[in-house]
Write a protein that binds this ligand. Structure first.
Ligand SMILES: [Zn+2]
Ligand SMILES: [Zn+2]
Length: 261
């Protein structure tokens, strides 16, 4: 009879009628055996900043976040190293875990054992009747280092000196200082390398040592709009960066008018 031809798995011979839809000629079980869901490395190196708990992924440092810095770092580095197989009409793709919405993923660092256990539950192909559950064990070694920002901070590195001048009372001086420090703290949340390396309160005003120069310029525009400060900026060539760009140190003078409203 036409149409009654029985389709079966080319690998094990299982009948489609009994074992569910074939995928690329394979039965459900053989498909899952031949197409692993999870790709995980056997070993990982986890690098953490001993000062602030930031962790390194590739060449970039990432903020520690809330809670246990080591466990967070391990989890983030594992997530960045995992790939999840996805087969569509367009072929096989290996996606990042967050790109697969219906994926269930558990990452459990066993810090004392130096092992991370990973479970993934999901489908490689949408014709799969059940998601496939897979497990991986990743060995990891922990390395302490100093992150880029802590390195700069401990060296008291700065790109710009912002000098705030004007006839300022002590109260005005500390009010302005507070404002600028708050601005720096906000900027630091968006950009780890934005910070004030040092502040000196002087008789003639405030000196702030600031990274990077763009933060100093934000401060300046605040002083301009809030206090009507007059700005003078100059730059001095101080050398070269490791990748050969010219390196400048900026001096910015913000002079506040004596009559302020
Ligand atoms: Zn089969
Ligand atoms: Zn650090």
């Amino acid at each position: 009879m036409i149409g009654s031809m029985k389709r079966f798995c080319y690998r094990c011979g299982a009948l489609e009628a009994e074992h569910g839809p074939l995928i690329g000629g394979l039965c459900q079980r053989c498909f899952a055996e031949e197409n692993r869901l999870l790709q995980a490395p056997a070993e990982l190196e986890v690098t953490i900043c001993g000062r602030c708990g930031a962790h390194l992924i590739g060449k970039r440092w990432h903020e520690a976040g809330e809670g246990d810095a080591t466990a967070n770092a391990v989890r983030a580095i594992v997530l960045s190293s995992l790939k999840v197989a996805r087969l569509t009409d367009a072929g096989m793709k290996f996606l990042r875990p967050h790109e697969v919405p219906e994926l269930e993923l558990r990452v459990e660092p066993k810090l004392a054992k130096g092992v991370i256990e990973v479970w993934a539950n999901g489908k490689v192909h949408e014709l799969q009747v059940k998601p496939q559950l897979e497990e991986a064990r990743i060995k990891f070694t922990l390395k302490r280092s100093t992150c880029d920002v802590c390195g700069l901070r401990s060296a008291r590195h700065y790109e710009a000196i912002l000098q705030v001048r004007g006839k300022l009372t002590r109260e005005e001086c500390s009010e302005i200082r507070k404002m600028l420090e708050q601005l720096a703290a906000e900027a630091g949340k968006r950009d780890r390398s934005a910070f004030i390396a040092n502040v000196e309160e002087r008789r003639e005003g405030l000196d702030l040592y600031v990274n990077p120069v763009s933060l100093a310029r934000q401060m300046v525009s605040m002083l301009k709009s809030g206090f009507g400060a007059e700005i003078k900026e100059s730059a001095k060539l101080v050398g070269q960066t490791r990748d050969g760009r010219r390196k400048f140190r900026f001096s910015i003078l913000a002079r506040l008018p004596s009559e302020r409203g």
